[in-house]
Design a protein around this ligand. Structure first.
Ligand SMILES: Cc1cc2nc3c(=O)[nH]c(=O)nc-3n(C[C@H](O)[C@H](O)[C@H](O)COP(=O)(O)O)c2cc1C
Length: 210
């Protein structure tokens, strides 16, 4: 009798582990295949991503997976505080005063590339200050700049307009805005069925007129 119950318990445990495993596998970021509509020339993806979820970095990696090229992550010289409440305060101050923080040198020189994807989380309806620092310093005149962003539900806001203003002599293509928390492919919010995924990135890339 005891042996019978133990066997049932083990079978149940294995079944539950299997379900959990399948569930996790479904949540994995899909490995992107390349898209047909790729730009010619050298491609660089530059991204700032702040939160622990690293949503914008995830999108950057999908872009790189689809179109190739190099990827560089912007790191502020002085990291933002650990606490969300404090990040909000610092970010608000920087955006209000249009003061962009120093960033660490990137491993690639953007001036040597033809197409530069630039990614940022949306902060107070616009591009985050570390990306603004990059845009202010990089020499992107004559290049094609392709913005993308992730947000918490408020959309891109003025993010792409800010990139355009910062790159007056570049060709700035239509940007992609994805809802950050959905990037990890979970259903978020009240009944939201719309998932952001690598497939959305592929669709957008295919629609761009290079
Ligand atoms: C300082 C700060 C300001 C934010 N402002 C907005 C906002 O205006 N609109 C919005 O939808 N999400 C806002 N968010 C949420 C982020 O845009 C969102 O979580 C994003 O996906 C994070 O990307 P990351 O993981 O690459 O940092 C803000 C987050 C922070 C930390």
């Amino acid at each position: 009798m005891f042996i019978g119950i133990s066997v049932v318990a083990v079978i149940l445990l294995v079944a539950v582990c299997g379900l959990v495993y399948v569930g996790c596998a479904r949540d994995n970021t899909p490995a992107p295949a390349s898209v047909a509509n790729r730009p010619s020339g050298k491609i660089l993806t530059v991204v700032y991503s702040e939160s622990k979820t690293k949503s914008t970095l995830t999108v950057a990696k999908w872009i790189q997976g689809y179109v190739g090229g190099d990827l560089a992550e912007i790191q502020p010289v002085t990291p933002y505080p650990e606490s969300y409440a404090k990040v909000i305060l610092v970010a608000k101050k920087e955006l209000d005063s249009q003061t962009w923080p120093e960033i660490q040198p990137l491993p690639f020189d953007a001036s040597e590339y033809d197409v530069i994807f630039v990614g940022t989380p949306v902060w107070f309806g616009t591009a985050a200050p570390p990306l603004r620092r990059f845009l202010a310093d990089a020499k992107l005149a004559g290049k094609t700049v392709v913005p993308f962003c992730t947000h918490g539900g408020g959309g891109a806001g003025r993010t792409f307009a800010a990139v355009k203003i910062a790159c007056p002599e570049s060709t700035v293509l239509p940007g992609l805005a994805l809802r950050g928390p959905n990037i990890i492919q979970r259903k978020m919010g009240r009944g939201s069925e719309v998932l952001s995924s690598a497939a959305h990135v592929a669709e957008w890339l295919e629609s761009l007129k290079w």
